[in-house]
Design a protein around this ligand. Structure first.
Ligand code: HEM
Length: 192
């Protein structure tokens, strides 16, 4: 594999996902050490709130709200989902044995994995488009070669559309399973 591909795509991905797993293990170990495992039971709530807040980006993109720079809100989306996922992973670490919470957790992890893949693909598209036609021409490529290159650029953009058609259903599955888990907790809550 080419070195710049490892530096620009593989490494950032491994760092983002690896740091999430490492932070989960460290937080879980700390809570056990400090006898604060009960905190994990409650972490599901702030975690969910952070992930919900991260959807400000989607609202901005779809013009439901007008405040905030899209670029900043996208960074916020990436950061808040990372933090929210960390809290939910620690929350899940308190070993609940029902199936629904585990399904919701698996959907969240797939969602995070897919989100990170999207970030890498988006960065790749940006890099491709920044070096557009002019650069190709100034590099001395023929018109035909430039067309061929631009075709590949478009494919990269198209890749984002394809990615979204995978990411959105995964989000839907996560929302449904997460809601199912939350509703079942509320139903079985000991109100006393
Ligand atoms: C709980 C986990 C996550 C959920 C539920 C989630 C949900 C979503 C949704 C629904 C969209 C589509 C926005 C729209 O088109 O309106 C989106 C876009 C995106 N997400 Fe996530 N996401 C999650 C985690 C992540 C993570 C961890 C990252 C990266 C670190 C990330 C990066 C992105 C990127 C780059 C986009 C594309 C922006 C665009 O094309 O407009 N997501 N996410």
């Amino acid at each position: 594999m080419d070195k710049s591909l490892i530096r620009k795509e593989v490494l950032p991905f491994v760092l983002m996902f690896g740091s999430l797993i490492a932070a989960t293990l460290i937080s879980d170990a700390l809570l056990h050490q400090l006898d604060l495992v009960w905190i994990g039971r409650w972490l599901g709530i702030p975690g969910t709130l952070l992930i919900l807040t991260s959807f400000l980006y989607s609202l901005r993109k779809r013009k439901k709200i007008t405040f905030g720079k899209p670029k900043t809100l996208l960074r916020l989306h990436e950061t808040l989902t990372w933090l929210g996922a960390l809290m939910i992973l620690v929350h899940a670490g308190i070993h609940v044995y029902a199936i629904l919470p585990w399904l919701a957790l698996a959907a969240m992890l797939i969602n995070v994995f897919s989100g990170m893949t999207g970030k890498i693909l988006l960065d790749r598209s940006k890099r491709f488009l920044a070096a557009k036609r002019e650069t190709y021409l100034s590099d001395g490529l023929s018109e035909e070669q430039v067309e061929k290159r631009l075709f590949w650029d478009a494919t990269t953009y198209d890749l984002m559309k394809k990615w979204r058609s995978v990411h959105l259903p995964i989000t839907l599955a996560f929302v449904v399973l997460g809601l199912g888990h939350i509703i079942s907790i509320l139903l079985f809550w000991q109100w006393q």
